[in-house]
Ligand binder design. Structure first.
Ligand code: FAD
Length: 353
């Protein structure tokens, strides 16, 4: 069998690159072994404002310009809703925060998203003595449903192999690669935190940022906006809410823990005072990079091996634009932005030898 590309991993990164290939009529084969699940458990929130300091997220506007049409195209392709616009209500902790909010509202990049007033309305079950700041044009992507649909779509077309990609079986030639019975011009590695097992790219400084989430059912919490305080409370409909997320930089497993659950409960109950039941508890590892920028580009030595990774805490917004940049780099020789190119870590590759 001969294809243009082999893709390793079908999370948001693999999906975004595969979609780019389909759009450009390139042939491909995807390997997926379910060893990571970051894209499946993700809350899927897209929001261009850092809610701690009220500053813009790096390149957020450019990312959203590509990401929102990307998800709309997928909604049309599968005739399914994935994008749920949802406002964000940030609970203020002090008068100082209220003042900082007004200052940030005037910044040109943020004025389309931040509303320059304080919402003082009382909502049953929410403790917010200093009121809320409201963000609009934000939302969530139902990444789990999207990935299930995309996997089914590829499976029906015999384009998805449900097995682990074995790095030792890859033969790298001058102009192509061979993997088992498949010949391809290039392999694109999109393994998320699975990157640590990849002997070609594990020189890159990926860090595990494990996150845990709970889903709660709260009959007396009747809000259709995301509440952001010590944790976020994201409405899913019918009084179900996703609550998250924790950050753990040491635990390399994708298993939910009692410690993570207790942390979420304590933080949730610092601003929510209605009864609720926990109906689900999940965990995953965000593939995060030391400098908080994605990992994109081809290998310093092997030009037919490339990577799309390091989406960190914002895969929903970054994956589509980073996939496009990688495709344009590989197929049209359009130079990658220095900030995302793995060339910035070239020395680490040389040091490994
Ligand atoms: C708790 C939590 C909440 C989050 N919330 C948000 C959010 O609200 N908004 C947002 O934008 N982002 C969020 N994220 C981050 C987001 O999930 C990630 O940025 C993104 O999903 C990473 O996508 P990926 O495709 O790079 O990695 P992954 O989703 O981890 O996908 C990698 C895939 O590669 C496969 N794989 C690995 N090795 C191999 C191999 N050798 N052979 C075959 N297959 C392999 C894995 O099984 C996996 O399916 C959250 C993450 C977590 C954990």
């Amino acid at each position: 069998m001969e294809v243009d590309y082999i893709i390793v991993g079908l999370g948001l990164a693999g999906l975004a690159f595969t979609k780019e290939l389909e759009k450009n009529n390139k042939s491909f084969l995807v390997y997926e072994d379910n060893s990571q699940n970051s894209s499946i458990v993700a809350a899927g929130i897209y929001n261009p404002v850092i809610l701690k300091r009220f500053t813009p997220v790096w390149n957020a506007i450019e990312q959203l310009e590509i990401a929102l049409p990307f998800y709309t195209e997928l909604e049309k392709k599968f005739n399914t809703k994935y994008n749920y616009p949802v406002d964000i209500y940030r609970i203020f902790k002090s008068v100082e925060e209220q003042n900082n909010w007004f200052i940030a509202c005037e910044k040109p990049l943020l004025s389309n998203y931040m509303t320059p007033k304080i919402i003082t309305k009382h909502f049953e079950g929410i403790i917010a003595s200093y009121g809320f700041g409201k963000l609009t044009n934000t939302g969530r992507i139902d990444t789990k449903t999207l990935l299930v649909d995309y996997k089914n779509y590829l499976t029906e077309r015999n384009l998805l192999i449900n097995e682990s990609f074995e790095y030792n079986d890859l033969k790298i030639n001058e102009c192509n690669v061979e993997y088992k019975n498949v010949k391809a011009s290039k392999v694109i590695f999109c393994e998320g935190f699975g990157l640590v097992k990849n002997p070609f790219f594990n020189y890159l400084p990926i860090q595990e940022a494990k996150g845990e989430l709970i889903t709660i059912h709260a009959t007396n919490l009747n809000v259709d906006f995301l509440i952001k305080a010590a944790v976020f409370v994201l409405p899913l409909g019918k009084n179900y809410f996703k609550v998250g997320a924790t950050f753990n930089w040491k635990d390399k497993t994708t298993l939910p823990t009692e410690e993570g659950k207790q942390e979420l409960i304590t933080k949730l109950e610092s601003f929510i005072n209605v009864p609720y039941t926990i109906v689900e508890h999940t965990a995953g590892i965000r593939p995060t990079v030391k400098d908080r920028r994605p990992l994109v580009g081809f290998h310093p030595k092997y030009k037919n091996l490339a990577i799309l990774n390091g989406l960190g805490t914002r895969g929903v917004m970054i994956a589509p634009i980073a996939a496009k940049a990688l495709y344009n780099n590989l197929e049209k020789e359009i130079v990658l932005d220095k900030e995302i190119s793995i060339d910035r870590f070239q020395q680490l590759c040389l040091d490994q030898d």
